[in-house]
Ligand binder design. Structure first.
Ligand code: FES
Length: 177
């Protein structure tokens, strides 16, 4: 994932600050990456390199730990976060087809973020409303009995909102809110 302007400096600074509060033993690895994720919202590649160097361990070890635990994400969260439920009920009622539809429409795989960082897509375990299966949670809002057509509808709504927002900014002399 390409970094935005000034992002590398910010990642390095935040990671350095966190490393300062920890020792350099290997057992610090998980607490350090937890804190980095909390601070930055994900574990960027340069942060993992920095952590490996500080703890004197191979980069691949940091990467293995980060990918082993579900709680860590390697891509930045999108402006809109789409979580497709893959619990048993949702899976049985076509959750994988819904995930597939999002992947095709957004041109990313689950666990990834679109290059413009508008959307991130992930699969989650049962979100506790199986009667509404298949379920998708979009920015905390539960979408019930989702069909592939609804997938298009959800994304279209965001696209229209974005266009309206851009037009409003243009009318307002190009000033951001
Ligand atoms: S399995 Fe999807 S809400 Fe329970």
């Amino acid at each position: 994932m390409e970094l935005l302007e000034g992002e590398l400096e910010q990642i390095q600074k935040e990671t350095e600050d966190i490393l300062q509060h920890h020792g350099t033993e290997r057992q610090e690895l998980i607490p350090v990456i937890q804190e980095v994720q909390e601070k930055l919202g994900y574990l960027p590649q340069p942060a993992m390199e920095q952590i490996a160097a500080a703890l004197n361990i191979p980069e691949v070890d940091v990467y293995s730990v980060a990918t082993f635990y579900n709680q860590f994400r390697l891509n930045p969260p999108g402006k809109h976060q789409i979580k497709v439920c893959m619990g048993t009920a949702c899976h049985m009622l076509g959750g994988h087809i819904i995930l597939d539809s999002f992947e095709r429409r957004l041109e990313i795989n689950e666990g990834e973020t679109t290059p413009d960082r508008e959307f991130s897509l992930e699969r989650v375990a049962c979100v506790g409303c199986c009667a509404l299966a298949p379920v998708v949670v979009v920015d905390e809002k539960v979408e019930a009995k989702v069909s592939p057509i609804r997938v298009d509808g959800i994304l279209l709504t965001f696209e229209i909102e974005k266009k309206e927002h851009e037009m409003k900014n243009q009318e307002g002399g190009g000033q951001e809110e």
